[in-house]
Design a protein around this ligand. Structure first.
Ligand SMILES: [Zn+2]
Length: 120
């Protein structure tokens, strides 16, 4: 992968990160706004399950943020675009679809197959 391609992925990852952080900020604001009290217990239950959903979402966002930061670090280290399992190049098309990926398509399918065999 040449410098231009690396710069492209670095920009894409940074942009992705900004979007998630932005969305996360909005989520926090929503949660603060919905901190009102509900007279009807059913409304309260809905608000609480909304909150649980939001927190789960936040957890997923946090994991994604970590993945993106790791991908940016791999660009810095010169490891970006190489499969962590076999060391082969990961195709540009695959990276464009999913820049945080660390496995080439062959290793990824093998991993998925193994997960299925374990009944996951
Ligand atoms: Zn591989």
């Amino acid at each position: 992968m040449d410098q231009k391609e690396l710069a492209f992925f670095r920009d894409a990852l940074n942009q992705n990160l900004d979007e998630i952080l932005q969305k996360g900020q909005e989520t926090i604001e929503d949660m603060t706004e919905s901190g009102e009290t509900y007279a009807d217990p059913a409304d309260r239950a809905t608000a609480e399950s909304d909150r649980a959903f939001t927190l789960r979402l936040r957890d997923r966002e946090r994991k994604l943020i970590k993945k993106i930061q790791k991908a940016i670090k791999r660009i810095d280290d010169g490891d970006f675009g190489f499969c962590v399992a076999c060391g082969d190049d990961i195709s540009i098309a695959r990276l464009k679809a999913r820049p945080v990926t660390t496995l080439c398509i062959a290793c990824k399918s093998r991993q998925e197959e193994e997960e299925q065999n374990r009944g996951e």
